[in-house]
Ligand binder design. Structure first.
Ligand SMILES: NC(=O)C1=CN([C@@H]2O[C@H](COP(=O)(O)OP(=O)(O)OC[C@H]3O[C@@H](n4cnc5c(N)ncnc54)[C@H](O)[C@@H]3O)[C@@H](O)[C@H]2O)C=CC1
Ligand SMILES: O=C(O)[C@H]1O[C@H](OP(=O)(O)OP(=O)(O)OC[C@H]2O[C@@H](n3ccc(=O)[nH]c3=O)[C@H](O)[C@@H]2O)[C@H](O)[C@@H](O)[C@@H]1O
Length: 626
C-alpha cells in the first residue's frame, strides 16, 4: 500500500464539523455508554508490549491481550526474560501478567516510620487485596480480536523498500493486514485505535477496509499516537506529557474517544488528555518527530561549523538552550539521530508533502535527513583521514552499537553508516562492543553490509565481542558511537541507567536510585488508593512485603542462555551497563598513538589527554589537526 493523500468520500464526516450536540469526550458519563472489558493489542513490539502493560496495570478489571504472529516474541513476553529492555518494564509486566497475592495492612509503626521520610501518605493507604492477572500475550490473533471491545493496532510501519515511493512512503502492509483481520473477525462496534505511527488520512484507509469486508457495520476509528522514547518507555507511559486522542465528529466517534480517555484517566490527569480531530492526531505524531529530528540536525549543522572555526558545539548548545524560547532538550550534537522512527517518519512526511503537491515542504524536511547523513559521513571520513587515509592492516574498535543509550535496540544505528564507510578501506579487523545489543540483533543489522563486503562472514573483518577490553586490545583507533554512561570518563553513571532490581530478591539495603523509586512507585500506584504525586521513599520492610506478594514467575528451561547473565546479586542484567570503563586500562592495551574518536561528546578531553590518548570529538576543533 502506498501512502498518498486519499480523496474525500461523499458523506464522510469532516473532523472540522465538530458539533456541540455531540457527547462530551471528557465526560466519564459518555464513556459509560461504551464499556471496555476486553482489549486486544495487535503487535507485541517496543510500543505494543509496554503500552498494553501499563494500560493493564492501571485498569485491573480490563482484560488486555497482546497478540503477535511472532511466536518467539510472545514466548519471551510470557517468560522471565522480556524481549525488550526498558527500565521498570519487568515490574509492570510482573504485576499485571502474574498478579499478586493478598497482603497485610501496614502497621501504625510503619506509618510512623514513613512519616519520618515523608511516605506516610502512601503507607497509610496500602490496599491488601490480591491482584488477578489481566495482561496476556498470545499468538491467537483471530480469537482475541473476536472477543475485543477495542483493538489497539501497534504493528510496524516501516519505510517501503520497493515499488512506488520506495525509500520514502510508509509500508502499510502490516497495518493493512491487522485492519483486515479486525474487519473479518471483530464484533460489530469494536473500536479501532491507531497506535502505530501512520500517514495522515490513514483513518480513511481503515474505513475503506472495514466497509469492504463488513458493509454498513459501524467500527469507530480513533488515532492515539504514542510518544514514548526507548530507554524511558515506562516512565513516559506512566507520566505522559500528553495523550492525544483523535476521533471523528460523530456520536460513535465521540463515545469511542470517551471510552479510551476513560482508560487513560485511571492514571493520567484529564487535563493532559487532548481530544483533537483525527487527521490532526495522525499528523501531529509525524510533526513531533520531524521537529525533534530537525533540532538535532540544526545543532549538528552548527557542529560542522565549530570544527572549522574553533567554537565548541557543547558550549553553543548550552548557551543557546538557556534561552527559554529554545530550551535545552534535543540539542546534543553527535552522529545524528538513529532508531526505527525519526528517519522513516520524516521520509513519510516528505512523501506526503510531495504527493499533495507541496515539493517545497518536502525539500525542507528532506534537508533534515541530508544533514543527518552528512554527520556520519563526515565523522567516518575524518577517522580514515586521521589514520593516514588507509585502514589496511589496522584494527578499529567500535564502542556502542545501540542507536542511543539505555536500549538494546540495534535498528537503524548510526554505527551502521559509519561501519559501511570504514569497510570500504579494508581494515584488518573491526571489533564491536555494546553492553545491551544482542549479537544476533547486531548481526541482523549488518546483513546489509554482508552482501557488499562479506563483512560478517567467518573470515570477514567484523567481530562482535562481549568484553570492551578485548574489543580495544591492539586497536589502532577506538570509536565511541553510543552515548552509554559507562563510556564516560567524567561523571558517575546516571542512576537511571542502573538495571532494575528483581522484586523477589530486592532487599532495599543498597541505597535508593530513581529506578528503585520507579520500581516502588509501580507497586505503590497499584496497591495504594491514593497515588503519590511525587516519587517517595518507603521503608525497606514495606518494599519487601510488596515484593513478596508477587506471584512467582514462570520458570525457565534448565539450559536457558539468558539465565546465565543474571548477576549473583539478584539484579537482572542482560549485560553490565553500570560499571564504567576504566580508560586508564584501555590506554595500556591500545596501539600508539592511542587514537579515540568520540562521536557522542561523552569524553572529557583533558582527562583523556592526561592518560595519553589523542582524542577527536565531533563538534570541536582537534588539538591534533593542522
Ligand atoms: N519503537 C518506538 O519507540 C516507537 C514506535 N512507534 C510506532 O509504533 C509502531 C510499532 O513500532 P515498534 O513497536 O517499534 O515495532 P516492532 O517491530 O517492535 O513491533 C511490531 C510487531 O507487530 C507484529 N505484527 C505485524 N503485523 C502483525 C499482524 N498482522 N498481527 C500480529 N502481529 C503483527 C510484528 O511481528 C512485531 O512484533 C510503529 O508504527 C512505530 O513507528 C511510536 C512511538 C515509539
Ligand atoms: O516515534 C518514536 O519512535 C519515538 O521517537 C523518538 O524516541 P526514540 O527514537 O526512542 O529516542 P530519542 O531519545 O528521541 O533519540 C532518537 C535519536 O536521536 C539522537 N539524539 C537525541 C537527542 C539529542 O539531543 N541528540 C541526538 O543525537 C539519539 O542518540 C537517538 O539516536 C521520540 O523522542 C519519541 O517521542 C517518539 O515516540
Amino acid at each position: 500500500m502506498d501512502t498518498v493523500a486519499l480523496p474525500q468520500r461523499a458523506g464522510t464526516p469532516q473532523p472540522s464539523q465538530l458539533n456541540a450536540t455531540l457527547p462530551n469526550i471528557m465526560d466519564p458519563e459518555t464513556a459509560a455508554n461504551v464499556p471496555i472489558r476486553n482489549i486486544c493489542c495487535i503487535g507485541a513490539g517496543y510500543v505494543g508490549g509496554p503500552t498494553a502493560a501499563v494500560i493493564a496495570l492501571h485498569n485491573p478489571h480490563v482484560r488486555v491481550t497482546v497478540v503477535d504472529r511472532d511466536q518467539k516474541r510472545i514466548d519471551a513476553w510470557n517468560g522471565r526474560h522480556l524481549p525488550i529492555h526498558e527500565p521498570g518494564l519487568v515490574d509492570v509486566v510482573r504485576l499485571a501478567r502474574d498478579g499478586s497475592s493478598e497482603g497485610r495492612r501496614a502497621s501504625s509503626d510503619q506509618a510512623e516510620a514513613g512519616a519520618m521520610d515523608g511516605a506516610s501518605r502512601i503507607i497509610g493507604t496500602v490496599v491488601e487485596s490480591a491482584r488477578m492477572p489481566n495482561l496476556f500475550f498470545s499468538t491467537a490473533c483471530v480469537e482475541t480480536i473476536g472477543q475485543a471491545d477495542m483493538c489497539l493496532i501497534s504493528v510496524n510501519t516501516p519505510t517501503k523498500l520497493r515499488g512506488v515511493g520506495s525509500g520514502r512512503a510508509t509500508d502499510m502492509a502490516a497495518f493493512e493486514g491487522a485492519c483486515r483481520d479486525i474487519a473479518i473477525h471483530a464484533k460489530a462496534g469494536t473500536i479501532l485505535v491507531e497506535k502505530s505511527t501512520v500517514p495522515c488520512k490513514t483513518g480513511q484507509l481503515i474505513k475503506d477496509i472495514m466497509e469492504a469486508h463488513r458493509p454498513g457495520v459501524v467500527f469507530p476509528i480513533l488515532s492515539n499516537p504514542e510518544f514514548l522514547s526507548e530507554g524511558t518507555a515506562v516512565r513516559d507511559l506512566m507520566h505522559p506529557d500528553r495523550v492525544v486522542i483523535g476521533c471523528e465528529s460523530t456520536i460513535s466517534g465521540h463515545r469511542a474517544a470517551a471510552a479510551l480517555a476513560n482508560l487513560y484517566a485511571t492514571w493520567v490527569p484529564r487535563s493532559r488528555i487532548a481530544p483533537i480531530n483525527i487527521w490532526s492526531s495522525e499528523l501531529c505524531k509525524l510533526a513531533a518527530n520531524a521537529m525533534l529530528a530537525q533540532r538535532i540536525s540544526s545543532i549538528n549543522s552548527i557542529s560542522a561549523i565549530c570544527e572549522r572555526t574553533g567554537a565548541d558545539v557543547s558550549e553553543i548548545a548550552k548557551s543557546v538552550g538557556m534561552d527559554p524560547r529554545i530550551g535545552p532538550q534535543f540539542l546534543k550534537a553527535g552522529l545524528g539521530f538513529g532508531g526505527s522512527c525519526f528517519r522513516k517518519d520524516i521520509a513519510s512526511l516528505t512523501y506526503l508533502s510531495e504527493s499533495i503537491g507541496l515539493p517545497e515542504v518536502a525539500a525542507y524536511w528532506q534537508q533534515v535527513l541530508t544533514m543527518n547523513d552528512f554527520q556520519r559521513d563526515r565523522f567516518a571520513r575524518h577517522v580514515i583521514a586521521t589514520l593516514n587515509n588507509s585502514l589496511r592492516g589496522k584494527k578499529i574498535t567500535i564502542l556502542g552499537y545501540a542507536f542511543k543509550k539505555n536500549t538494546g535496540d540495534a535498528r537503524e544505528s548510526p554505527a551502521l553508516d559509519v561501519l559501511r564507510i570504514l569497510l570500504e578501506e579494508g581494515p584488518r579487523r573491526i571489533s564491536i562492543y555494546d553492553p545491551l545489543c544482542s549479537v544476533s540483533d547486531i548481526k541482523r543489522e549488518l546483513t546489509v553490509l554482508e552482501a557488499e563486503y562479506a563483512a560478517c562472514m567467518p573470515d570477514g573483518p567484523i567481530e562482535i565481542v562481549s568484553d570492551p577490553y578485548v574489543a580495544c586490545t591492539d586497536s589502532n583507533a577506538v570509536l565511541v558511537l553510543t552515548d552509554w554512561d559507562m563510556f564516560k570518563n567524567t561523571k558517575p553513571i546516571a542512576a537511571l541507567s542502573k538495571p532494575v532490581a528483581m522484586p523477589e530478591t530486592y532487599d532495599g539495603t543498597t541505597g535508593t536510585t530513581p529506578n528503585d523509586i520507579l520500581h516502588v512507585n509501580l507497586h505503590m500506584e497499584q496497591l495504594a488508593i491514593n497515588k503519590p504525586s511525587k516519587p517517595s521513599v518507603p521503608p525497606t520492610s514495606l518494599l519487601a512485603e510488596l515484593a513478596s506478594r508477587l506471584i512467582p514467575e514462570p520458570t525457565c528451561p534448565v539450559d536457558c542462555a539468558e539465565c546465565e547473565s543474571i548477576h549473583s546479586s539478584g539484579v537482572l542484567v542482560n549485560k553490565d551497563i553500570t560499571t564504567p570503563l576504566v580508560w586508564s586500562d584501555i590506554s595500556k592495551i591500545v596501539r600508539e598513538p592511542r587514537w579515540v574518536f568520540d562521536g557522542r561528546g561523552v569524553l572529557d578531553e583533558r582527562a583523556m589527554v592526561g592518560m595519553g590518548f589523542r582524542l577527536e570529538t565531533l563538534g570541536r576543533t582537534s588539538m591534533y589537526r593542522n
